[in-house]
Design a protein around this ligand. Structure first.
Ligand SMILES: Nc1ncnc2c1ncn2[C@@H]1O[C@H](COP(=O)(O)OP(=O)(O)OP(=O)(O)O)[C@@H](O)[C@H]1O
Ligand SMILES: [Mg+2]
Length: 266
């Protein structure tokens, strides 16, 4: 369990990006982080991954407080995999394959085991055929998938993804959801930001909503989408269909099925 207690964060130019955030992330949950551009989603992830030091407040893993020193940070980061918003910040090796295998090898995995983990992750992310290419020759969507594969191969306890579906086509978005669900089935925690609430609605069990660096709410979809959301955020399409029809579809597919049945009965 990760907890944040009274956490605030500022950048060197004095921009206050997060204000007094208190929340608990239970193990094994799938959380979507919503908020308009500049609301603090990436900053929250930089705190959760220990890349950024809070200005005030504390972060804890269970009862262990995160101390921003080399050893405790290394221990903290071993448990949390982070896919950055911009894959160019993450990919660095001469080939995709070398990039994806780097993490498992760094963790101390034997080469054969690391190769297996890397191949499985590349397969799951649909980039196995690109494994010999230099990452900087890939399209944006392919780079994104390569960055996701590199983190997935390390099999972290908590997988944090910053707008992972940005730039992905529908087929690869579905593959990404399958990968996230597969992680979840293995007891892992998934935290992902997104601007696409319909994407989030397909997989998220909980939502964290940020507005101008403040925590608006952290709750289940049925609670979050019944309250007034910050300007710029929209309701998921399937949820709105549910409200109009007095039903509770949990996905786009279910919503369409409900509409079909209603039309057939009219
Ligand atoms: N390196 C930085 N230096 C100064 N201010 C920053 C820096 N990075 C982010 N900010 C500011 O912090 C605030 C939160 O930014 P953040 O990147 O966390 O937002 P976000 O919700 O991830 O937005 P987006 O959806 O556009 O990715 C914004 O006001 C932004 O301008
Ligand atoms: Mg961001």
């Amino acid at each position: 369990m990760i907890s944040l207690n009274g956490v605030s964060a500022s950048y060197p130019d004095k921009t206050k990006a997060l204000h007094n955030i208190t929340l608990t992330i239970k193990p094994g949950v799938k959380i979507a982080v919503l908020g308009v551009s500049g609301s603090g989603k990436s900053t929250l992830f930089h705190l959760l991954t220990g890349l950024m030091k809070p200005e005030n407040g504390i972060l804890k893993w269970g009862e262990t407080v995160l101390v921003h020193k080399k050893k405790p940070l290394q221990e903290w980061r071993k448990k949390i995999g982070f896919v950055m918003q911009n894959p160019d910040m993450q990919l660095f090796a001469p080939t995709v394959e070398e990039d994806v295998i780097y993490g498992p090898l760094q963790q101390g995995m034997a080469f054969t085991e690391a190769k297996q983990a890397a191949e499985a992750a590349m397969e799951a992310c649909g980039i196995f055929h690109l494994r010999h290419k230099p990452p900087h020759f890939l399209s944006m969507g392919e780079k994104k998938r390569a960055a996701i594969a590199g983190v997935a191969a390390m099999n972290p306890d908590v997988l944090i993804l910053d707008e992972p579906e940005a730039g992905l086509d529908p087929a690869n978005t579905n593959k990404l959801i399958a990968l996230m669900n597969d992680f979840h089935k293995r007891g892992k925690t998934i935290i992902s930001s997104t601007h696409h609430v319909d994407f989030a609605y397909e997989w998220a069990e909980e939502y964290i909503v940020l507005e101008k660096g403040h925590l608006v709410c952290h709750d289940s979809p049925s609670v979050v989408f019944k309250q007034t959301l910050p300007p710029g955020l929209e309701l998921p399409w399937a949820f709105e269909i549910g409200q109009l029809t007095g039903t509770t579809p949990s996905s786009r597919k279910e919503a369409i099925q409900i509409l079909r049945e209603r039309m057939a009965n009219n």
